[in-house]
Write a protein that binds this ligand. Structure first.
Ligand SMILES: Cc1cc2nc3c(=O)[nH]c(=O)nc-3n(C[C@H](O)[C@H](O)[C@H](O)COP(=O)(O)OP(=O)(O)OC[C@H]3O[C@@H](n4cnc5c(N)ncnc54)[C@H](O)[C@@H]3O)c2cc1C
Length: 381
């Protein structure tokens, strides 16, 4: 299906990024999976070539592109079955908080490092006691002179081991009646006293992503590390979640598409009862159904991307894209896996890893149930 989103410049960028992935990502994937995280160095290499924060203006050290470059990065990593190198989380989800809500001084201080790969970011919203209900978070930040003192714990935090700074959501007003207006965001440097990186969590998939627990024990940060206004944290999270959900949807489509392409190739090779398994009508019908799902998903996501780039408010559309494409990717990958027979259960096969990687997409960035809660609210239900 022809796509109309990208210009020639975007396509040459895609070519360059594909080469980067083939050279700097794919050969290292088995080792990254083994060690539970990507190499720190690959972040700097990506930054040096202008692959981080692609949308950021040159005045802050970015390459001065637009969000469509970010789309290309997400798509090509998905096509390479890369689930641990959280470039998009850093570039398109976390750094935009500093870019949109930071003071000029904060932007000058942090953004160039984020674009160069010297600074890897993490975002600490989820806690052991709450995830979907962010207004109920229990981490506190208490003002003490010119500082805030942070206490609490975060869990399931992506880039938890490699991060140099964490954006932490904490309660500055513990009064439950002000739940939504009582949350503030802080930039916490990883070398701050009182901040500890906990253990890297063992997950079903994404083995090279260093998802971790984080702890704050009387962690003192200067008020210069408060992002935006005190009490504006919930609003900031709600504003930025649109792009986060869209980014997940953008990745889900090429992930399913790549698994489908690899499955079509496999079914043409693998023989049973004297003929390629692609010749069974069941195989053909199932693969055609998968193709239809991928293409329908692509058409919708491309439309939402175009409107997002045009600056439209798309809470409903991004939420629908997130739950529909991630459910679709899981279904497509599951259907494809079946054609690999026993090999589809072996973790050395990319389809098997894709199956395990895909599962979390229905959980993080707001669960798919929460996406439906949001859409229902938009419908006035
Ligand atoms: C690999 C991974 C990486 C992650 N990375 C990050 C990160 O970098 N930063 C971060 O802050 N968080 C991160 N998360 C956390 C993730 O966003 C949360 O796990 C998710 O939002 C769900 O929160 P929870 O786990 O507390 O589940 P809960 O909120 O306890 O939900 C449990 C179940 O109840 C359902 N439910 C809850 N409320 C409702 C409702 N109103 N209506 C219907 N159903 C409901 C949910 O859909 C879910 O099925 C990550 C998680 C994983 C697994």
């Amino acid at each position: 299906m022809e796509r109309t989103l990208f210009t020639e410049e975007h396509e040459s960028f895609r070519k360059a990024f594909k080469q980067f992935v083939a050279r700097e990502v794919v050969p290292h994937q088995p080792r990254w999976r083994e060690q539970g995280q990507v190499d720190r160095e690959v972040w700097r290499k990506a930054g040096a070539q202008g692959f981080l924060c692609t949308w950021m203006e040159t005045q802050y050290g970015g390459p001065g592109g637009d969000f469509l470059y970010a789309v290309i990065i997400i798509e090509e990593l998905a096509r390479a079955y890369e689930s641990g190198f959280a470039m998009s989380l850093h570039s398109d989800i976390i750094v935009p908080y500093i870019h949109s809500f930071g003071s000029e001084e904060q932007k000058q201080k942090w953004l160039p490092g984020c674009a160069s790969g010297e600074i890897v970011t993490a975002l600490g919203m989820t806690e052991p006691g709450t995830g979907s209900d962010l207004a109920a978070l229990a981490t506190t930040a208490v003002r003490d002179g010119d500082d805030y003192v942070i206490n609490g714990a975060k869990t399931f935090i992506s880039n938890g081991q490699l991060c140099d700074i964490v954006l932490v959501a904490a309660k500055t007003d513990p009064n439950p009646e002000n739940a939504h207006r009582g949350i503030s965001m802080f930039i916490v440097e990883a070398n701050r006293k009182g901040f500890t990186k906990g253990k890297r969590l063992h997950k079903m998939g994404m083995p090279s992503q260093d998802t971790s627990e984080l702890f704050f024990e009387d962690c003192r940060v200067p008020k210069a590390n408060l992002l935006g206004q005190e009490g504006a944290g919930f609003m900031m999270m709600m504003t930025k979640l649109q792009q986060e959900r869209l980014s997940v949807a953008i990745g889900a489509v090429p992930q399913a598409e790549q698994v489908l392409a690899d499955t079509i190739a496999y079914t043409k090779e693998r023989k049973a009862f004297g003929k390629p398994i692609s010749k069974f009508q069941n195989t053909q019908f199932k693969l055609v159904e998968c193709l239809a799902k991928v293409e329908v998903g692509r058409a919708y996501v491309d439309k939402v991307i175009a409107e997002h780039v045009a600056g439209k408010n798309l809470v409903k559309e991004c939420s629908m894209a997130k739950f529909w494409t991630t459910d679709m990717a899981q279904e497509v990958i599951d259907t494809c896996l079946q054609f690999f027979g026993g090999y589809g259960y072996m973790t050395e096969y990319p389809v098997t890893r894709a199956f395990m990687d895909a599962r979390v997409q229905r959980i993080y960035a707001g669960t798919n149930e929460i996406m439906k809660v949001i859409v229902a609210k938009q419908l006035g239900l």
